[in-house]
Design a protein around this ligand. Structure first.
Ligand SMILES: Nc1ncnc2c1ncn2[C@@H]1O[C@H](COP(=O)(O)OP(=O)(O)OP(=O)(O)O)[C@@H](O)[C@H]1O
Ligand SMILES: [Mg+2]
Length: 582
């Protein structure tokens, strides 16, 4: 994206309030005009006072006062509204980024660490804010002043003015060369800063690992090494731009000197008066001031450009999974689920699922078993469209899930994740994720059924107790019980239980199992489980190995068949039932 395109896109984000933005821009220009008017009035007052009868002087002074104070008041109004507009659009830019990024595919999020995303958002938005304010406060006026002053200078004295034009061309050339020479290095600098933010965020997120493996010194050293690389990349860029500013300065000085030199030659030929030279020099000083402002703005934009590009790159990222055109909400769900020749791979080279086909009748329980890494979690994640299959299709009650709106699909599938994520919020807020408008009785019932009531009561602030980032302040079992209660509150007709009770002791698991049995009655339920009873009672068992469905059937059939399932059962891969243990 070229500088101009980038800048236009920055301004384009003001479009939702374009009327106000344009009014403010025009008002700012008018105000700039008022400042030109003041010296004119000043001159007129002086003339009037010097005139034999100074009758018109009081009127002119009154006008001057009106223009002066009016300008000040209007200036306050404009800058207040420009500030408010910039603040509003900054918040809107955060919301835009947040909503967009949060809807992007899991693939995108696997590649972008939260530390990096947070940095892209904060830096991008901060720079947008600065540019918007700069636009209203000076950039526009600067640009207009240059556009107006150049023809004016040509009109005053075209020979002298050509020197100004030469100066402008040299500014433009120097800047273009500096940008071309340094933009790649500056991109590297920005990338390294992202890496630092990623690394720091990653360390904070895994602080227990860092501390228990005594990695603090190593992590600091790695961070310092990155910082050294930042400086190695940054210094040449800074050197380039320092040289540029010296060149700009030298060109300005040279131009003034040249104007004097040419002016005196022209004066000798009687083409220009001394006054003419002096006023032209005064004028060119003003113009040079503006040109230097413009050069500063360009160098500022240069150093911000990569962060702005990163911000827009996230906005340009298309979500992998979107509503199809004409997608419909799911009507009342019976719960028939079918996978038809479904294939999928996280990367194209190594497919995680091959040609998976099965049918789940409404209200039945389907158990997925197979060695670790077989693709069980992956297969079920396709059901709520965490990803779309690369081949084949998945249907619910005969509707291809790609023809259903994501919102309604996901409302109809309740999931207890293998790694249940928790928000850095209160226990109550975490439960309400399942049903935002749940009343106290509903929450209490779910919590009791999920065997979570006792531990919540033991917490110092009960339901209001804060849960640490990703639920770190809870035990694995507590986290799982909250995740089950949350899924119970969601009350969806299709359920996915991915090792939902793996972290619980036998007694607790047996008690929850009863609640889960009640919950799954009448719902199509997919369980990935390690309990013999869950597997034995399932209406259908799917045996996965290396992404392939190698056996399917009921428990007895599979045992009789003597394949992988029978072998797993024989090897004791399924934990005995909790009741049996007791
Ligand atoms: N986000 C991801 N990106 C790339 N590869 C992934 C991703 N998630 C899982 N995989 C890979 O896909 C394969 C299947 O993983 P999956 O989580 O579905 O296994 P699983 O059968 O649920 O195993 P487990 O019993 O250990 O939970 C594994 O090889 C895993 O490394
Ligand atoms: Mg899994």
């Amino acid at each position: 994206m070229s500088f101009l395109r980038l800048y236009l896109r920055v301004l384009g984000l003001l479009a939702p309030e374009r009327k106000l933005a344009i009014s403010l821009a025009l008002a700012n220009l008018a105000l700039a005009g008022v400042f030109f008017l003041e010296p004119v009035l000043f001159g007129r007052v002086v003339d009037a006072l010097a005139a034999p009868s100074a009758k018109s002087a009081p009127r002119l002074i009154a006008w001057w006062a009106v223009v002066g104070f009016g300008g000040v008041l209007a200036g306050v109004w404009v800058s207040l509204h420009a500030d408010r507009l910039a603040h509003r659009r900054r918040l809107a830019a955060i919301a835009l980024f947040f909503e967009h990024a949060a809807a992007l595919s899991l693939g995108f999020h696997s590649e972008h660490h939260t530390g990096r995303l947070a940095r892209i958002m904060n830096n991008g938005v901060g720079n947008l804010f600065g540019l918007w304010l700069g636009f209203f406060r000076e950039q526009l006026a600067t640009l207009l002043a240059i556009v107006v002053m150049i023809p004016l200078a040509l009109w005053m004295n075209w020979k002298l003015a050509l020197l100004m034009v030469a100066l402008m061309l040299s500014f433009a050339t120097f800047n273009a060369v500096a940008v071309r020479r340094t933009h790649r290095a500056q991109g590297e600098v920005e990338e390294l800063h992202h890496e630092i933010a990623t690394r720091a965020g990653d360390v904070f997120g895994n602080v227990t690992v860092v501390q228990s493996f005594t990695r603090l010194a190593a992590e600091s050293a790695a961070l310092k090494d990155m910082m050294r690389r930042v400086l190695d990349a940054q210094y040449p860029v800074l050197r380039g731009w320092a040289i540029l500013s010296v060149l700009n300065r030298a060109a300005s000085t040279l131009t003034i000197v040249a104007i004097f030199a040419l002016g005196s030659a022209l004066h000798a030929r009687g083409e220009v008066t001394v006054g003419g030279i002096v006023s032209f020099v005064g004028f060119s000083m003003m113009l040079i001031g503006r040109l230097e402002q413009l050069a500063n703005f360009i160098s500022g934009l240069f150093f911000q450009s990569q962060s702005l590009r990163d911000y827009f790159a996230v906005l340009d990222e298309r979500p992998g999974v979107v509503d199809a055109i004409g997608a419909k909400d799911l009507p009342a769900v019976r719960g028939e689920v079918a996978f038809e020749h479904v294939s999928f791979g996280y990367d194209p080279v190594q497919p995680a699922l091959h040609d998976l086909s099965f049918r789940a009748e409404p209200g039945t329980t389907i158990a997925l078993v197979g060695p670790t890494g077989a693709g069980k979690t992956t297969a079920l994640s396709l059901l709520y469209r965490a990803y779309d299959p690369s081949g084949g299709r998945i249907t619910i009650d005969g509707h291809d899930i790609r023809d259903i709106t994501l919102e309604s699909l996901r409302w109809n599938v309740g999931v207890v994740f293998q790694d249940p994520g928790m928000f850095y919020r209160s226990i109550l807020d975490n439960l309400r994720v399942g049903k935002p408008d749940a009343d106290h009785a509903e929450i209490e019932a779910a919590v009791v059924a999920a065997e979570a009531a006792a531990f919540i009561a033991r917490k110092p602030e009960g339901y209001e107790t804060m849960v640490a980032e990703r639920g770190r302040s809870l035990s694995g079992g507590e986290r799982q019980r909250l995740a089950i209660a949350r899924a119970m509150l969601k009350n969806a007709p299709i359920l996915v239980l991915d090792e939902a009770t793996s972290a619980l002791d036998n007694t607790t698991e047996a008690r929850i199992q009863k609640a889960l049995d009640a919950l799954t009655r009448g719902r199509t339920t997919f369980v990935i489980a390690h309990r013999l009873s869950t597997v034995r009672n399932a209406d259908l068992i799917l045996v996965l190995d290396q992404g392939r469905l190698i056996e399917q059937g009921r428990f007895d059939e599979l045992i009789r068949r003597g394949g992988l399932f029978a072998r797993l059962a024989e090897e004791g891969k399924f934990a005995p039932d909790a009741e049996e243990v007791k």
